[in-house]
Design a protein around this ligand. Structure first.
Ligand SMILES: CC(C)(COP(=O)(O)OP(=O)(O)OC[C@H]1O[C@@H](n2cnc3c(N)ncnc32)[C@H](O)[C@@H]1OP(=O)(O)O)[C@@H](O)C(=O)NCCC(=O)NCCS
Length: 227
């Protein structure tokens, strides 16, 4: 069986120092799920059970590192992972890769991570994800660097933002409720276009990384940001 580790360093570069990072390159095995986790995907197609198991294997390894061995990570009603008290985290998968990132709440308010295949978004999707200002910025970036799939990076940054947002607020956040500004230096800034964002600041800084045919975006909000 393939075991989660931190082999590529791609996710670590996006996340930065501090949180625990575990990656699994390959296929997850549903046989490794706890009974409660297995029940959550019992009706799913085999590929979904495999990606779920790959994410759970990473999460289990990342939780063990924080002193929570054998934690059964059952999803909540909006699919959000239910981490142990005192822990925040995030999971993502794309074909061939699953990742989990965890941290203690004393250090980190929330985390969002997203991995994507390094390729342009399918036609028609970009318009649903980007506002006019974002689309114009993506065009400017593409004129400077046509090899980077900027629209998919922007999509991924918004997915990371949602995963960081939802566990704190328990509320939907639409693609039109945030403005993401990507920079060529591997950073991005997300501005939440809502009246209230507490306990999150309105503007959050994240990082993006490309490598091995994969894009990674991550937002890690340190506990001292709100103090
Ligand atoms: C939930 C969502 C972000 C998942 O992204 P995805 O690209 O489909 O899939 P990924 O593999 O990257 O991530 C899936 C993981 O995200 C996590 N996740 C799902 N819903 C979540 C939520 N509400 N809160 C936190 N994490 C969540 C889960 O761990 C899930 O994996 P699992 O079901 O195997 O446990 C996406 O499907 C979605 O609903 N997006 C719309 C909301 C959004 O992005 N708004 C933009 C705000 S600017």
């Amino acid at each position: 069986m393939v075991e989660p580790n931190e082999s590529s360093g791609l996710v670590r570069r996006a996340v930065g120092p501090g949180p625990v990072v575990r990656e699994l390159w390959g296929t997850g095995s549903p046989a490794t799920l706890t009974a409660a986790e297995a029940r959550a995907v019992a009706a799913a197609v085999p590929s979904r059970r495999q990606e779920f198991a790959a994410g759970r294997a990473c999460a289990r390894a990342a939780l063990e590192e924080l002193g929570h061995p054998g934690w059964s990570l059952v999803p909540g009603p909006r699919r959000e992972p239910r981490w142990p008290a005192g822990v925040v985290g995030s999971i993502s998968h794309c074909p061939g890769l699953a990742v989990a990132v965890t941290a203690r709440t004393v250090d980190t308010i929330t985390i969002g991570v997203d991995v994507e295949t390094d390729a342009p978004l399918p036609p028609g999707v970009a318009g649903d994800v980007m506002g006019t200002g974002e689309a114009a910025a993506v065009e400017r970036l593409a004129a400077l660097d046509a090899a980077t799939p900027w629209s998919r990076l922007l999509f991924s940054a918004k997915e990371s933002l949602y995963k960081a947002w939802y566990p704190l607020r328990q509320e939907w956040l639409g693609f039109d409720e945030a403005h993401v500004e990507l920079s060529r230096d591997g950073t991005f800034r997300a501005r939440i276009l809502r009246a209230g964002t507490a306990p999150l600041p309105r503007e959050l800084d994240g990082r993006w990384v490309r490598g091995n045919g994969i894009l990674v975006t991550a937002l890690v909000v340190p506990a001292d940001v709100a103090r």
